[in-house]
Design a protein. Structure first.
Length: 114
């Protein structure tokens, strides 16, 4: 059984930084494509970044150069370092594990506001 638990969200001022973490249970983490998605109020859930088991990364254009996705397979943990945050980054951020089905965490709220 797969469980994904996000942490690290919160309130931050524009230009600030946050680091999100996603702790995964089960045996599939190291062999899975992992990703971060976000959903703002009234909007669809959108891709933020993905990382393959080999470390190849992919980013949404809106976060390139500001966000960094990484993984620690020994700790079964996925990270998202977010720098130069903007108000439009405000959303609930979800961790995703891609297998034959998608697994999702419960989400963590990120609010960027002065």
């Amino acid at each position: 059984q797969v469980q994904l638990v996000e942490s690290g969200g919160g309130l931050v001022q524009p230009g600030g930084s946050l680091r999100l973490s996603c702790a995964a249970s089960g045996i599939f983490f190291s062999s899975s494509v992992m990703g971060w998605y976000r959903q703002a109020p009234g909007k669809q859930r959108d891709l933020v970044a993905t990382i393959t088991r080999g470390g190849t990364t992919n980013y949404a254009d809106s976060v390139k150069g500001r966000f960094t996705i990484s993984r620690d397979n020994a700790k079964n943990t996925l990270y998202l370092q977010m720098n130069s945050l903007k108000p439009e980054d405000t959303a609930v951020y979800y961790c995703n594990m891609r297998r034959t089905v998608d697994y999702w965490g419960q989400g963590t709220q990120v609010t960027v506001s002065s």
